[in-house]
Design a protein around this ligand. Sequence first.
Ligand SMILES: Cc1cc2nc3c(=O)[nH]c(=O)nc-3n(C[C@H](O)[C@H](O)[C@H](O)COP(=O)(O)OP(=O)(O)OC[C@H]3O[C@@H](n4cnc5c(N)ncnc54)[C@H](O)[C@@H]3O)c2cc1C
Length: 394
Amino acid sequence: MFDLQLTRTTRDLLAEIKEWSIKEVRPHARAAEDLAHPPAVNEVVAKCPVRHCPLDFRYIGPAVRGREDDVEYVKSLNGGGSLLGVLAMEEMNVGDGWGWQALPGNNLGERAVRLLGDDYQVHRWADGILRGDYKITSICMTEEHCGLDLSQIRTTAVQEGDEWVLNGAKRFISHGAYADYLVVFAQTRPGSGLAGVRAFIVEPTDEGFFVDKYSEDKLGVRYYPNSTLRFDNIRLPKNRVLANNNFGEFMAILNGTRPFCAAIGLGTAKGMLEYAVDWVNQHDKPFSPRRRQAFDEQVEIMTAALDRVRRMLMRSAWKHDQDEADPMLAHKAKAYALPILEDVSFRSMQLMGPAAWSTEHLMEKWYRDAKFNDIVEGTGNMHRIFVAREEFGN
Ligand SMILES: Cc1cc2nc3c(=O)[nH]c(=O)nc-3n(C[C@H](O)[C@H](O)[C@H](O)COP(=O)(O)OP(=O)(O)OC[C@H]3O[C@@H](n4cnc5c(N)ncnc54)[C@H](O)[C@@H]3O)c2cc1C
């Protein structure tokens, strides 16, 4: 039975993660955005209560620093996998988003290898993250003309003897310019759509790998780069093509992580609301009783909205932990949570008035960051179309 009650140890761990995000991550938020790379990153990461990005908890366990082998402690955490992961992700984003992005396993390359790789590939590349052999990985789906619809990609891989020859380009790739390895989706049988798409591991030292543009100049989440990459006749040994070519499994990578996108948005919106409430409480002396009452009503409505989103995400993650992952719940989380979170971000700005617009506070930055979650991993529009097709059958 789906139970919303969290154990004491779970709540304590989540509180520690939130404190880390506010006390250690937030002070570097502006510098991280200005430099497209946070300073003091290693010291901040070393203080995080968990050693690994929560995206992967469902495969590797909660990775609580210093408690990895404490079986009783791990058992006392709710879920321990995806459910704990989305809750941890929410708290990690309350202070600012760059912190979780700096943790090992922060991106989807490792996830792709874990889901699509054979034993050797998982041991070398996915488990390599746990051993410290690799840290930052990227997944490369999006091209200049298409993203979500992999059947349209133009990057090709042609088999020549024991090797694959990769040609093409990708855009908007998170961390692509300095990833330790990248999982690149390519067409192996042009004209055959999804049936010909396979995923390949590319290392930055492979001859023919080029970073054409370090980063997009972008609205928000400027603390890491989105790169444009080129693959020019890269010759890959056969152990670099991921074993599984099942499209459903490809999509499972994203179905599993979409609720996490919403959890990032949830943490950002909660951080904004709490920041605005603190600010108002420190500056409310001149407020009329009417303004104060209106303020309290707004906060109540927004808190309830955040709680609604949290329940939606917990349900989706819980199903995942029961091995009953429901792609429709993942689509719904992405489709319906983000508009609520955008609304909360927008209204939290209003609570502070013009102060929220000033770079003196981080509110304007978080407002710019918030939109990203609605675009990445398939836009909200597309997920609403998928949900409508499922509900109405057309
Ligand atoms: C910050 C950031 C980080 C990213 N990181 C990565 C990364 O690491 N790796 C990667 O591969 N990609 C990455 N992306 C790209 C991103 O995942 C995709 O751009 C996103 O999923 C949108 O998909 P798309 O490009 O296919 O959208 P588009 O196809 O351009 O869709 C845009 C809009 O067109 C409409 N539309 C499109 N198709 C249809 C249709 N069939 N029917 C009706 N309407 C339609 C919808 O309204 C949709 O919202 C990143 C993007 C951002 C902004």
